[in-house]
Write a protein of this length. Structure first.
Length: 278
């Protein structure tokens, strides 16, 4: 069996409070290939706003880190679909992504009205196309589109060439989705994924689901999810390690936590993960 080359990105949620310069430097020093930045402010508890479109000095400094270290931008987040939204407000972040050489924008859907969210998602795709970006739909267990089937419905209906699906291992497991269904999806829908682990028991309580999702994911191989089975149902592609864990960060600090995220992922994937066959 040929050994597979794994490429990993450091996701913003793993090291939430870091600036673009800090996360880029950290990712490079730890040995990541890419960085995944939150360039659309969400207003989560403790989340700073590091919008590079409004801060040219920080943009210049970030570009210098990229040039000095070779780190690259994989994606930005999060172009949410929600009630009474203005899709055009995402354009400055898309301009930032394109300027930094990024390829993808993550989207998720937080409103139940199907016709509305289909139209808005299509608009996000059309806007992103101008910047040569894909829009990768992430289904989330606490959102309105929360299953693989729901995400597939969106992609098939909007039928945009730059639309993709972004599977988070945690969310896939929490949705109780089937790897055989994942394996049937078109290879061109997949551009990158989110990697982590978590306890095997699926919380029945939304608050507990949210807490683990945002604060207590596990290093890959240390939880109860069959991560390899999920990864092997998708084509070989980069994975952004999204692994928030407040206890680990408190114990190790951001940089060492990020290093351990990468080290455990590499160790787990070697010999277990080949990507989809054929």
């Amino acid at each position: 069996m040929m050994s597979m080359e794994f490429r990993f990105s450091l996701a913003q949620l793993t090291v939430l409070n870091t600036s673009p310069v800090e996360i880029s430097s950290m990712a490079a020093e730890c040995g990541y290939d890419f960085v995944s930045m939150r360039q659309i402010y969400m207003g989560l508890p403790g989340e700073p706003d590091y919008d590079l479109s409004k801060n040219r000095a920080l943009m210049k400094e970030t570009k210098q880190i990229f040039a000095d270290t070779g780190i690259k931008l994989l994606d930005i987040e999060l172009a949410r679909v929600f009630d009474n939204m203005d899709v055009k407000k995402y354009e400055p972040a898309m301009e930032t992504a394109a300027e930094l050489g990024g390829k993808h924008v993550i989207s998720s859907i937080w409103t139940p009205e199907r016709q509305y969210y289909l139209e808005r998602f299509a608009e996000i795709c059309d806007l992103a196309k101008q910047y040569k970006l894909t829009v990768d739909l992430e289904y989330v267990p606490i959102a309105s589109v929360k299953t693989l089937a729901g995400a597939v419905d969106v992609l098939r209906t909007v039928d945009r060439a730059n639309a993709g699906i972004m599977v988070d291992v945690h969310h896939f497991h929490r949705a109780n989705d089937d790897v055989s269904e994942l394996a049937k999806l078109p290879a061109e829908w997949f551009h990158f994924g989110h990697l982590c682990d978590a306890p095997g028991e699926i919380p029945s309580d939304r608050d507990e689901m949210t807490r683990i999702l945002r604060e207590e994911r596990s290093y890959v191989g240390e939880g109860g999810i069959d991560v390899a089975a999920i990864m092997n149902a998708m084509p070989a592609m980069p994975y952004s390690i999204e692994l928030p864990n407040l206890k680990k960060v408190s114990e190790y600090g951001y940089k060492e936590h990020a290093r351990r995220c990468l080290e455990t992922a590499r160790t787990y994937c070697a010999g277990r993960v080949t990507g989809r066959k054929g």
